[in-house]
Structures are given as C-alpha cells and as structure tokens.
Design a protein. Sequence first.
Length: 653
Amino acid sequence: MPDECVRLKLTQNINFLLFLFSILLIPFTLSAIEVGGQISEDTTWSPDNNPYEVIENVRVASGATLTILPGTEVKVGSAIATDYDDWHENFSYQNGITVAKFFWIDGSIIAEGTSQDSIIFTRLIDDPDQFWGCMYIPESARDYRFKHCRFEYTAGISLWAGRTAWGALNIYDGSGKFRNLFFYNNSCGVQVSQNSGPYEFINNRFIEDEYLNEFVSTLHHFQVVFSNPFEGGKEPLFANNYFSGRFNSSFCSVNFVSNTMANNEATNIYMLNTLEFQSYYYDNTFINNDRGLYPINLDDSVIYIRKNEFIDTEEAIHYSFNDNISGDIRENRFINSGVGIDRGNFGRVFNNFVDFGILRVDETNSEVHNNILLNCPNGLSVSWNNDIYNNIVINNQRAISNNAISYTNCILVNNDYPYSFNLSENPVLRNCIVDFPIEYPLIDGGNNIIVDSLQVQSIFADIQNGDFHLAPGSIAIDAGFDTLGYYYPFDFDFNYRVWDGDGNGSAIIDIGPYEYGSPSFGGIQGITSDPTTGEPVDYVLIKINNEPGEFTFSDSIGNFEYKLPTGTYNVYAERVFYDDVIEYHVEVVDGQFTQIEIPMYETVGINAPTIPNPSSQISNLNNYPNPFNPSTTISFSLNTEITEDSDLAIYNL
C-alpha cells in the first residue's frame, strides 16, 4: 500500500511538470515573425523563424534583395472576397494601402526552395473566403527567381486604372525561368504582360478545385495569361506542366510541349494574336475538358498542332472565321473529341486518329489525308476546296457529310448511311473502296471498288480489334489513283509511299492511309546538350531545313528523333535562353538513323559570368558533333574586358 501511494504521487508530479512545460512552451510554438513595409537593404527570411506573417504590404526597394530560404513559410495578410463589393474594398491599392496584403518588387527577390523543402506563400487566415493579393513584379524589378514555391489563395490587386495584377505571380516587361512551382486555388496563376525577354515555365502545376470559393473562381478565370513577345523575340516555352480545374489559359505565341490539361469545364487555351507569330503545340494531353484549343483573332498566324492526345474534350480544336491561318494538324489522337475548322486558308490535316469524335473542315483550302475516322456521327465532314485522299472512314453514322468536291483513294465502309441528306454538291469518288452504290448525288470518278460485308473483313489485318493495316492480298494494295506529286512520301506509320505491295514490278499507291509492305523511314536521332556543362538541354525545337512544319522537340532529357526519307538535310535547333544552332549537311541513309549531338550554348547576358582568357590554350577536336561528317564545329568566346591581342590557331592534323 505505501508503494502504491509513492507511485501515485510520483505520477501526479510528472503530469504536473509536463503540464507546466507545455504552458511554458506555448509562447515559443505559437510565435511568428511579423513583417511588412519597405525593405531597403538585403534581407533573408529563414525557416528558423517560421512562419513569417505579412501584416503590411512588402515593397522591396531598388537595389535591395529579399532572399527566402528553402522551407520558409510566408503567411500574407488576407481579406474577404465573396463578391465584387468585397474585392473592390479589400483588394484595391489606395494611397499605398490595401486590406489584403501583397508583394511589390522594385529590386530583387530570390525564392528558391528544394524538392524536399519548398517555400510556401499562403493566406494569413485559413478561411475559404479569405485571400491575399499577389506577387507584383513591375518593369523596374532587377531580378526575380522562383523554384519549388507554392502560391495559394490569391485574388489579385487593382493597382490603378488600366493595371490589375491578377496573377499570383505578375511580371511586366522582363524574362525568367520558372520551374517546379505549384499554383493552388488562385484567381489567376501567372500573368505576364509586355514581355521583352525569354521565358520558360517547366514542371509547374496549376490546380483549381472545389475548395476555391465561387466568386474567386469566376473573378478572372485564367490559370495563365501571356501576352505577345516583342518582335524578334522567341516564343515562351511551356513544358511538362499540369493544369487542372475550371480555369482557362491564353497565349499569343508559345511553344507548348508535353503538358497535361485536365478537368476543365471551360476552354483550356485561348490562342490570341496581336502580331504575326507561329506557335507549336506538341505532345500534350487534353483530358475531360469542354474545349481544348480555341483561337481568337488569329489573322496571319501559323499554328502547328502535332502528336497531341485529346480525350473526352468536346471541342478539341476549333478554328472559326479566320481568313489567314495556316499550319498543320497532324499525328494527333482524338478520343470522344472533335475538330472543327471553319473558313480560312488552313494547311494540312493528316495522319490523325479520330474515335467517337468529329473531324469537320469547312470552307478552307486544306489537304485532308491519311486520317482514320471510326465510330463518329458524321464521318468525314469536309467541304469546298479541300483535297481529300487516302483516309479510312469506318463504323460511323454517315460516311460523307458536307459538300466536299472529291474523295480519292479513301476506304468508306461499315457506315450506317453513305452520306448526309443535305448535300448541296455532288462529291466525286475516285479509286475508293465503298460498300454502297455510287449514285446520285454522288458521282463515280472511276476505278472505285464496291464490296460486300465479307470482302470488308479481308481488306484489313484485324478489323475487329481496330488494326487497319492492309492484310496480305488486300484489294486495296496497289489500287489507288497514282498521280506523281499529289501525295506525301509517307503513310500513317511513316513508311515509304509509294511501294510495290503486290510484287508485280509496278509500284502504285495503295488505297487508305497505310502502304502495304513498305519499309520504314530512317531519320535523325540524337541529343541536345550544353557542351559547357555536359548537361542535356530539354525541350529544344528542332526543324528540318528550317521548314516550320517539319519539326520535333527534344524531350525532358534532351533526346529526339525525326523520321526522314533518304537525303541530306540541314537541322535547325532553337530554344529560349540558348543560341540558335544549324547542323549542315546531315545525311540520312535509306532506313537508317543518323546520330547527331546538337551543341546548345547558353545565350550570354549582361550579368553572365566572365569567361576565362582562352589565350595559350590548345584543344584537340574530333569531328564534332558528328564524327561521320567531314566538318567540325568550333566555338570560342573572348572576354571583352581583355584588351590585349589574342591569337586563334587552327591545325588540321
């Protein structure tokens, strides 16, 4: 019994000490650093002082730098935003004061977190109706760098008439590299205006979900807003970013590569134009959206849309009432998604796969070829002066819709109806395979093949499982209308076209998008890398013979491949923040890939590090970048601060 009393008393004493310790600890665990006002000298915020509470607007003066270390948490003074009255009262900059606080950078801000320790900018009051202002970077800003940062719950700031900083990150007239940023539930993620320099946004996430209140979700309704670069500038690079939510994005010109756009109840991307420009949309995924790419006022614009996948996106691409758009829509997959091109002088629509979707080309001067359409309501809906050849239209409600002039080398089978009932023209069919009689309003242009349901099965390798390659002995082999020069030299698989598929010694183009038995193209393969650092350079635009439509991009580790027929080519490479490169006279041998390494040298800027004096240095160079080429690329730089004479000697040993 005495021992139990001792144990009870000891336990009570320990509990009392723990309670006393917790009371003493409260001031330390709840402490925060309150910040705000003018920063006139170099200042560092550290995670040791987390969290920082911004209780007044922060303005970094010219000549000062605010450095925010990895792992730092910044809570910015917030205010209610449930309607426009709230927003005008709390988010308007009047006499240097706002209720919701924001950052104004006249000097420099360096906020570079790490993958393990990101930097967080969030609202001070954790309430669904509370938001802070933004990060405002005006023309006067000297330097700004952001990596591994999270921006959440911003609603923008009305600065003065004609300028509202909508984005969590707002940049006016500058340039920058932005990687691994996370924008969550903001009225706008990024706004760039009047930009005069290069930009890249890579590996970022832009998310808007059901936890964003209704008013702010409709306040600006854009994830990204990007204005035109000045004439002569390079298109900004957006690569490997993820966008999700109801918000739109808008670009005047862009290289948009390997991004994912998901779950958008509105338009993913508005393509805007104020200057003549060209844009590339390559290897992106659009899934579960109302609209994918939608142009506005795109006169004199060139747009290339290649190797993208559109899934459950009702209007994947929609061009309307633009008289001077050109470009390509090629090698895309449209699953339960539609394409509409209305009026203009558009270029080529080819090698696309459409399943449960729409392909409509109206009143344009387009070439529509090598496409596969199945399970669609209107089949191939093409009108006016468009060239239509070597397409497959199968298992659709209608084979032919609209008022196209002619169909050549097409396969039109297993459709519910041969044509729509409102045709006002008389389409001509020539060297096509069909399973319906060619009679008025259709016109038989000759050499068509009419088949029954059993013969349809024998045309393809495996029609039941969607393999539309031609079967051995198919009636489509060497049965097309073959006029030299009207077709492209490749089929749907980038195999040679034309080829002697039946082995009778006469090569004639096949009917449909595949050329039976033909060998594959060779081409070029290689890597884009920085010889100075030895590191790969990602997402480089590569063009063949400087033809804008013949292009690809290197991937996230610098690898690239482009299929080409036998020949000699000049390979052009360009990217923001790097000098343009031309590799001359690259030879492609039949069916083989020529390996090349493209050296990308970072563009030297005003604040670039000085280059050591190269005098008295001797280098032995192999035939670089391609040992099979009879030429060598030699690059050198001289420091302009070195005033003495320098000699450059080159020896051919």
